[in-house]
Design a protein around this ligand. Structure first.
Ligand SMILES: Cc1cc2nc3c(=O)[nH]c(=O)nc-3n(C[C@H](O)[C@H](O)[C@H](O)COP(=O)(O)OP(=O)(O)OC[C@H]3O[C@@H](n4cnc5c(N)ncnc54)[C@H](O)[C@@H]3O)c2cc1C
Length: 412
């Protein structure tokens, strides 16, 4: 039977009547770190919100992504009551290693930043904690919404339309928060000509694996090698997260487990008794690398946050942390509006968050440029990169610059 026979053409006025309508203060599109942290902060301020997510709970709680949290992100999660499991299970790191010419050089965050650290706690664990907190509090979080669209955000009556289990719904709200990631619908719904895009696409990607193998080193190891960059990181004391620089158009099928381990051994080789711990690979994939920012991050009554407005290459581990930093400001701006009626902070949202976004962009681009091979035939670039790594690991001023950006610049 042709599928089209199931379709029913409904006149506009009947469609309106059949659509179930609900009202809230802030309509949030997307239950990633940005959307869920925003909803949580708003709840603590007594502001109502509804979170609309296109995927299932299982999907978002299992999606493998970031794993490194800045100290400010960790403090915020703990202070707002969603950091109990993080405090029990996360790994605290006091530094990283930069490795080149077969030698490792430690960047000591404790010493260089007055005791600041970073924390290893997988993004999906942050998501699980936030989802649990929201559902336990009985607050609205809608999964598996389809046909999500945003309306009237340039006027007085913004709304979000969507379907759940085939039923059409419309959420009327005072403001819309577009937290739906890089491929979401909020940013593209802003009229043409309003936004300016800034973009850099890199000629390589990261092949990432999760392996059942204890970390080979207690801290992250960033390796520069003539064959390309490699990163050794971890998710737990039993699971390693390892990355290799590969060409941007590489196919994952070209990388057998043996080839991955062989390449990791070559790139991370070091003098002394260094040994790479190996184990069963249970997840692998290739991610492209790009830097992207859209300005402004607001239009009318819609505000963008996180990957919906900017993407960083993962070398600086800033993506999740920037998403949290954005919504922290957004929540403050909404709180000011509902307490005082003033829109000053809301009006300045984009200007305020973009200062941090561009600093994170600069740092992520710089780390990426220093550690990756852009053109394997270019001997000048190779010497220049080695000289830069030599400088960064021998000058206290340079090490401090890296450390203070890596642990996260001050919030304000
Ligand atoms: C392989 C990889 C490694 C990374 N490593 C790090 C790291 O170490 N450190 C770090 O800080 N960052 C890292 N990042 C980046 C980090 O994961 C992202 O920056 C972060 O997820 C951004 O959060 P977000 O909430 O803005 O967007 P997302 O996490 O993308 O969430 C957006 C949500 O919106 C939903 N959505 C999309 N479209 C719709 C729609 N139409 N309607 C409703 N919902 C919708 C999506 O399903 C999703 O749940 C990494 C990313 C990748 C891919």
């Amino acid at each position: 039977m042709p599928v089209v026979s199931k379709l029913r053409v409904v006149p506009a006025h009947i469609a309106q009547r059949e659509r179930q309508t609900v009202r809230t203060q802030i309509g949030i599109v997307g239950a990633g770190p940005a959307g869920l942290v925003l909803a949580h902060l708003l709840h603590l301020q007594g502001i109502e919100s509804v979170v609309i997510e296109s995927r299932s709970r299982k999907y978002i709680e299992e999606r493998i992504r970031a794993g490194l949290l800045e100290h400010g992100t960790v403090d915020l999660l703990i202070e707002t009551g969603v950091g109990k499991r993080l405090q029990r299970e996360a790994l605290t790191h006091h530094g990283i290693e930069l490795r080149f010419n077969r030698r490792g050089h430690r960047i000591d965050f404790n010493d260089l930043t007055g005791g600041k650290t970073v924390t290893i706690y997988a993004q999906q664990e942050v998501i699980k904690d936030l989802v649990a907190a929201r559902l336990e509090a009985g607050l609205p979080l809608i999964f598996e919404a389809s046909d999500v669209s945003v309306h009237n955000f340039d006027g007085a009556n913004p709304s979000i339309r969507f379907r759940v289990a085939g039923k059409a719904q419309e959420l009327h709200c005072d403001y819309i928060a577009g937290c739906d990631g890089f491929h979401g619908i909020c940013r593209p719904s802003i009229p043409a000509g309003v936004l300016t895009e800034f973009e850099r696409i890199y000629p390589f990607g990261w092949l990432g694996i999760l392996a059942q193998a204890p970390p080979s080193s207690p801290e992250l190891v960033y390796t520069y090698h003539e064959r390309g960059f490699a990163l050794l990181t971890m998710r737990t004391t039993e699971v390693s997260r390892l990355y290799l620089q590969v060409p941007y158009d590489e196919e994952i099928d070209a990388w057998s487990d043996d080839r991955i381990w062989s390449e990791l051994r070559t790139r991370t080789a070091a003098d002394g008794n260094w040994k790479l711990n190996e184990g069963a690979i249970f997840q692998k994939g290739i991610t492209g690398m790009r830097s992207y920012v859209v300005e402004p991050m607001q239009y009318g009554k819609m505000f963008l946050a996180g990957d919906a407005a900017h993407i960083v290459p993962p070398t600086g581990a800033k993506g999740l942390n920037l998403a949290v930093a954005d919504v922290r400001i957004m929540a403050q701006a909404f709180a000011e509006f509902y307490k005082t009626g003033k829109t000053e902070l809301l009006d300045r949202y984009s200007e305020i968050v973009l200062r941090r976004v561009w600093k994170a962009q600069r740092f992520s681009w710089w780390m990426t440029s220093m550690l990756h091979r852009f053109d394997t035939d270019n001997a000048f670039d190779e010497r220049r990169q080695i000289a830069e790594l030599d400088y960064v690991t021998s000058s206290r001023a340079a090490m401090t610059t890296l450390a203070e950006n890596y642990v996260g610049l001050p919030w304000d």
